[in-house]
Design a protein around this ligand. Structure first.
Ligand code: SAH
Length: 251
């Protein structure tokens, strides 16, 4: 059995109870050493075999999983944040299916959620936006033509950009084709790690501030008026609004 476990954004206390239990009981662990906080592995079994996937190919990862399976061992593949975002788990799962090896996925706290927590902001504000776009700018990995930054920017929704802080100047230029230049923006570096940094500004100022802070990777760019101060109060807790769980009073 192979478990894909989301390790959370960095703080080991953001591991789910289930993820922590599986890691602590694992015989074999393969983790992405470039991003996963080694502290999530602090309570593994003494004889647990640990592999850092940073220097491994897909074939090598699969070979470790296959070997462990033949020995009847429990394998945990640890991914940063949640495995469903830029985790490259699909190719591993399909290869396990071909080999008849069973698998399960345990979700984790994605960095985009840890970033919202660090900012203490809500991505969906009434009358501001009710939509969150999670995306990336193309780098060495292409992005489909229909999802170019310029077309996504047209919605002026909350947008969270992974894997793109290194190209922040180009990113800002492309976002500004639709977002006004005074739209608030924030960059969260290493959300939930001890070395976490937050840089805030507008689309006009953020690139310069990020450069000044020396941030080039392991950061998210968040853009949108959810970072501003204008919004309306929610209807959910409005005393005049009736819903399934509460009778509203007269206005
Ligand atoms: N599956 C992960 C994303 C992996 S892609 C998740 O759910 O978070 C790697 C990118 O995620 C990084 O380039 C960076 O943009 C972002 N990232 C990962 N951990 C981060 C953290 N703690 N703080 C800010 N950004 C992070």
């Amino acid at each position: 059995m192979v478990y894909f476990v989301g390790a959370g954004a960095g703080d080991p206390e953001l591991l789910t109870i289930k993820g922590k239990r599986l890691i602590d009981q694992a015989d074999v662990i393969i983790y992405a050493g470039s991003l996963v906080n080694p502290a999530v592995l602090q309570d593994v079994k003494p004889d647990c075999r640990i592999y850092d996937s940073a220097g491994m190919t897909l074939e090598e990862v699969l070979a470790v999983m296959e070997q462990a399976e033949q020995e009847g061992k429990a394998t945990v593949r640890v991914h940063t944040g949640d495995p469903s975002l830029y985790g490259a788990i699909r190719e591993q799962i399909d290869a396990l299916d071909e080999r008849g090896i069973s698998h399960a996925v345990v979700p984790g706290v994605s960095s985009f959620l840890a970033a919202a927590a660090a900012l203490e902001k809500e991505y969906t504000l009434p009358d501001v936006t009710q939509t969150v776009i999670l995306t990336r700018m193309e780098g060495r990995t292409a992005v489909p033509a229909a999802e170019q930054i310029e077309s996504l920017a047209k919605h002026q929704a909350t947008m969270i950009l992974f894997l793109s802080v290194g190209q922040i100047e180009e990113l800002v230029r492309r976002l500004c084709t639709s977002y006004p230049a005074d739209t608030p923006a924030a960059v969260v570096y290493k959300a939930s790690w001890p070395e976490q940094k937050i840089v805030t500004g507008t689309l006009e100022t953020i690139a310069e501030k990020v450069k000044a802070a020396g941030i080039t990777k392991t950061a998210l760019v968040a853009v949108g008026r959810f970072l501003g101060d204008a919004y309306t109060l929610s209807r959910l807790y409005d005393k005049t609004f009736t819903h399934g769980y509460r009778q509203g009073s007269e206005a």
